[in-house]
Design a protein around this ligand. Structure first.
Ligand code: ADP
Ligand code: MG
Length: 621
């Protein structure tokens, strides 16, 4: 038989490689903005058309490129930012992989204009399918302007994956905000379809944050500032009253790079400890600067995750710095800054950071500098246990969908009860006796007699199933009734959430929430589903956005399905709520009119059935 392995043609290989870096218009925005910042620009302008699907343009007044460099820039692994492997651990620039422009050129049409100060004429280059199709000298300002057109024009399958304009625009705004917050000294603007959406003059960090997050933050930020030999932490946390039901305004930057870190996020949350409600999220914009050799940013293609040489120490510092800041502003009434022996005993503290590096600061020294500069500043008592639990805190709770409707349901419904037989599908013979008195146990379980035993119904899970089917029907045609609010509530959202909510409005309406845009990031809740008690709608919508975001990477579910699941979970009667006879009866009756009464949408059982013969056996009869 003939050999079958062939090398992929360059253009296909490039398109595949591009998939890692450029997933959507916002990815290109991020790369182009970062390149402009790396080029030393003091003014960066972003122009978007059609949510970036038609065009993304970034114009900067940075260093520009020579004619040769301008061509080279689009080659894969072409970078001016590192030369050898050691450089990887000294990175001060945003870019270093030399992949962004090559990736963009593989999946879009590109026009570049660039000029260095010392050159009289600049260079104009046009690229399509990674090929230069035109190059000529041009007159242009010092700096660089790159236009990316028709993203994925040559990869229709990926173009089809792009979301609605509102959703793509939200991603773009998110990326824009992150870069703008990392570089307050640079002027940034964002113009979308000809309309200027952001105009951010250069200024102080605080000015930038307020420009981006909104003036309401002005008097509500507490500054964080700790300097040590090992690292600096600075920035702001919102006073406890700025905590939100949605994880909106939380930003971490490490050496000017926006990163995601559930671990560090937990450090901040835990510093707020008792000061904010359990289900709300503090706002913060925190910057960590440290020796680049202490981090590895090359662990993620879009560089949004990094690895710290010593994560525990960073955690402890972040937590302590935030506590300290809150204490200084006497927001935390009586914080107990006692040095924890366990933390001191951590390897990282008792041994040098990297044993093989002479210049590595010894951590006990580091710890001293940290504590000396701010005497009040120690790491608090129950550190260890928090470290242990941070993971639990961040793994989505059990009720997060694991299996799509149907599939796994049966298994999880039965797994709790081998002997106590749980019914798997709508039981034909199971009837709750009509005149039976229902019993509520621990304000959580309802005991109902049946013709052949009794049921133990979990009120919250059962109600979640009921609502899931009800909303599900509404979302697929039978619109739910809306009750008009007598006092419409306004809702103000963070930039990124605006597009998300806008995108959800039609679906929300179908299930009874009438929400209307009100300009300037705000919305008015005009009406709510007829069967929901008014008064809680603002929370409900905020919570919905938050839950929705947790699902947003879950492509198994359609937008509607996600919405319906979130709402059902959110609106379900909670365990712990006392119910009247009537309420219990309605609940049990409605449960058994459901098409799959026995499980929640996520597969937990809603009730257990105890059959008479099983009970008899238990009693040895
Ligand atoms: P990286 O940023 O990782 O080096 P890119 O593909 O993003 O890789 O860019 C390749 C090179 O092109 C950069 O190293 C830089 O020298 C040059 N370059 C890109 N954008 C600009 C810009 N806006 N101004 C000046 N030079 C740029
Ligand atoms: Mg780059």
């Amino acid at each position: 038989m003939a050999d079958i392995i062939q090398l992929l043609p360059d253009n296909i290989a490039n398109q595949i490689a591009a998939g890692e870096v450029i997933q959507r218009p916002a990815s290109a925005v991020k790369e182009l903005l970062e390149n402009a910042a790396d080029a030393g620009a003091t003014e960066i302008r972003l122009f978007i058309n059609d949510a970036g699907k038609a065009q993304v343009q970034v114009t900067d007044n940075g260093n520009g490129m020579s004619e040769t460099d301008a061509r080279m820039a689009f080659e894969r692994h072409a970078t001016s930012k590192i030369r050898n492997i050691e450089d990887l651990f000294r990175i001060k620039t945003m870019g270093f992989r030399g992949e962004a422009l090559a990736s963009i050129a593989a999946v879009a049409q590109v026009e570049l204009k660039t000029r260095r100060e010392e050159d009289e004429l600049g260079t104009y280059i046009e690229i399509e399918n990674s090929q230069v199709v035109k190059q000529e000298p041009c007159a242009c300002a010092v700096g660089t302007s790159i236009i990316m057109k028709n993203l994925f024009f040559n990869v229709p399958a990926r173009r089809n994956f792009l979301k609605s304009n509102a959703a793509e625009m939200r991603h773009i705004v998110d990326e824009f905000i992150r870069v703008a917050m990392a570089f307050p000294g640079i002027f940034f603007s964002l113009t979308s379809n000809g309309q200027e959406v952001f105009h951010l003059e250069s200024g102080s960090l605080k000015q930038r944050i307020v420009q981006v997050l909104g003036a309401s933050y002005n008097a509500r930020l507490v500054s964080v500032n700790e300097e040590t030999d090992y690292m600096n932490i600075y920035g702001f946390v919102g006073k406890p009253e700025t905590a939100r039901k949605t994880r909106g305004d939380q930003y971490f930057f490490v050496n000017s790079r926006f990163i995601r870190s559930a671990y560090l996020n937990h450090a901040v949350n835990s510093a707020f400890d008792e000061m904010i409600a359990k289900d709300s999220f503090p706002s913060y914009v925190l910057y960590i600067d440290l020796d680049p050799s202490q981090i590895d940013i090359n662990v993620h293609p879009t560089k949004q995750e990094i690895k710290f040489e010593d994560e525990k120490i960073i955690y402890a510092f972040v937590q302590a710095a935030v506590k300290h800041a809150l204490a200084q502003f006497s927001i935390a009434p009586s914080l107990d800054f006692t040095l924890n022996a366990e933390i001191q005993g951590l390897d990282a503290v008792s041994k040098p950071f990297t044993t093989d590096k002479k210049d590595a600061a010894s951590s006990s020294n580091l710890f001293k500098t940290f504590t000396q500069k701010n005497q009040a500043h120690f790491i608090e008592g129950n550190e260890k246990s928090e470290l242990k639990h941070w993971k639990e805190f961040y793994t989505p709770d059990q009720s997060t969908p694991q299996s799509p409707e149907g599939g796994g349901d049966m298994q999880s419904a039965t797994h709790n009860a081998q002997q106590l037989q749980t019914t798997n599908y709508k039981p034909q013979t199971l009837t709750v006796l009509p005149d039976t008195t229902l019993l509520q146990l621990h304000n959580t379980y309802i005991i109902a007699s049946t013709n052949s035993g009794f049921l133990l119904v979990h009120q919250q899970l059962a109600h979640e199933r009921i609502l899931y089917e009800r909303y599900g029907m509404a979302a697929h045609g039978q619109q739910m009734a809306t009750q008009q609010s007598l006092f419409p509530v306004t809702l103000e959202l963070a930039g990124g959430d605006v597009a998300l909510l806008t995108d959800l409005l039609p679906d929300l309406l179908s299930i009874g929430y009438q929400v209307e845009p009100f300009g300037n990031n705000s919305f008015v809740i005009q009406g709510i589903p007829a069967d929901i008690f008014p008064g809680n709608e603002k929370n409900a919508i905020e919570l919905l956005i938050e839950q929705f975001k947790h699902f947003s990477s879950d492509i198994k579910f359609s937008k509607r399905e996600k919405l319906v699941r979130c709402l059902a979970r959110q609106q379900a009667i909670k365990a712990g709520q006392s119910l009247t006879q009537k309420e219990m009866l309605v609940l049990v009756e409605e449960l058994f009119t459901c098409s799959s009464p026995n499980v929640t949408p996520t597969g937990s059982p809603t009730y257990l059935e105890f059959k008479e013969d099983y009970l008899d056996r238990m009693f040895g009869r």
